[in-house]
Write a protein that binds this ligand. Structure first.
Ligand SMILES: Cc1cc2nc3c(=O)[nH]c(=O)nc-3n(C[C@H](O)[C@H](O)[C@H](O)COP(=O)(O)O)c2cc1C
Length: 340
């Protein structure tokens, strides 16, 4: 069983790095939104402060590298480089699904390396909601979170991926109960995330009712999981039909940002500092991205990740100045947007 999880994790990384896996016929929707230029910001470059507070720690700007991997041999180097870069640049890191870790300890170090390399980072654990269905005891999840010294646990919703995977788990009834239970029984906050199909307003409201306080949209427009699975599964024609399935990130963000009292992470095709600024102006508290940082790792290890984070940070700071916003809170509250 575990061999197959590890093998699958390896395949996901190999495919994401060697094949086309992004949405084609659908975009993240941010190209339809524009920031309003402010020709007279009355601010110096040094006055711009993009930092935010998240889970009790300071991020240098509102970015999280979201869940990518763990649980197979090659994952140790990837998570080590990601954590090193996040530590150096002051951004948050989500680890990939810890499901393999629940089965045995063969690849434990592929997860624990993150806290070693990132002692001060905001570190997020990860498990699938479908794994929580029918789980008798929350103890193993609690221990998995403790072992990696995570600040929070992300629970992912990946229904499309599960039904496309030959080895997928299709018992989806009870996922919400599982999430509710984790909120009750864990000592760390819970984040609920999609993996590339977005979250509708209705689903967000159900999650909020269940006690969820942090939602990561992971909308359509970036990595397509049907795309990844189409390279793996036998019924690839079926997977290809769903390649562009999902709610574009900007659209999902617009409907969810009307719900008060939740922290929103905007992800799914986020591709730089300007898109990040648009997302914050639309109501996100921080942004997330996965594939761009995996690609940066594959080119130049931790240095490649650091360089990309710096580029996004610089562009984000520029967007703050050019909209006349001194900090991230001002950008979110003032919403300097124009439709185009
Ligand atoms: C290779 C790869 C592996 C991923 N593994 C996980 C995972 O284990 N758990 C999870 O919640 N999301 C996983 N994701 C989804 C990402 O965290 C993210 O939600 C999604 O890729 C959308 O962001 P992007 O468009 O920036 O890639 C993975 C993404 C990639 C590219």
């Amino acid at each position: 069983m575990c061999m197959s999880i590890s093998k699958r994790k390896q395949e996901h990384i190999d495919i994401a790095l060697s094949r086309s896996v992004e949405f084609g016929a659908k975009t993240n929707g941010f190209e339809r939104i524009d920031l309003e230029h402010c020709a007279l910001p009355e601010l110096n470059w040094e006055d711009i402060h993009p930092e935010i507070q998240f889970l009790g720690k300071i991020l240098s700007f509102p970015l999280m590298i979201t869940a990518i991997t763990g649980g197979f041999e090659g994952a140790k180097d990837i998570n080590s480089a990601l954590a090193e870069a996040c530590q150096a640049e002051g951004v948050a890191l989500g680890l990939g699904s810890q499901r393999q870790m629940l089965e045995d300890e063969n690849h434990l170090d592929t997860f624990t390396v993150a806290r070693k390399k990132g002692p001060d980072i905001v570190l997020i654990g990860n498990i699938g909601a479908v794994q929580l269905v029918g789980m008798k005891d929350s103890g193993p999840v609690r221990r998995a979170v403790e072992r990696i010294e995570a600040d929070a646990l992300a629970i992912h919703l990946n229904v499309l991926q599960e039904i496309l995977q030959p080895e997928g788990n299709t018992l989806f009834k009870g996922m919400l109960n599982g999430i509710e239970r984790m909120i009750r029984e864990l000592d760390v906050p819970v984040i609920v995330k999609e993996i590339g199909c977005g979250i509708s307003r209705e689903v967000a409201l159900k999650l909020v009712d269940a006690g969820v306080k942090i939602i990561d949209i992971a909308g359509a427009g970036g990595t397509s999981w049907a795309g990844i699975e189409s390279h793996r599964v036998k019924q690839d024609a079926l997977a290809r039909q769903f390649w562009n399935w999902g709610i574009p990130t900007a659209e999902s963000l617009q409907v969810i940002s009307e719900i008060e009292s939740i922290t929103i992470i905007a992800s799914g095709g986020v591709d730089g500092g300007i898109t990040m600024a648009k997302a914050i102006a639309l109501g996100a508290h921080l942004c997330g991205a996965a594939l761009p940082f995996l690609q940066a790792y594959s080119k130049e290890d931790a240095e490649g990740i650091v360089a990309l984070i710096r580029e996004w940070k610089e562009a984000y700071r520029m967007a703050l100045l050019l909209t006349g916003c001194q900090n991230t809170d001002t950008l979110r509250n003032r919403k300097p947007l124009r439709t185009c």
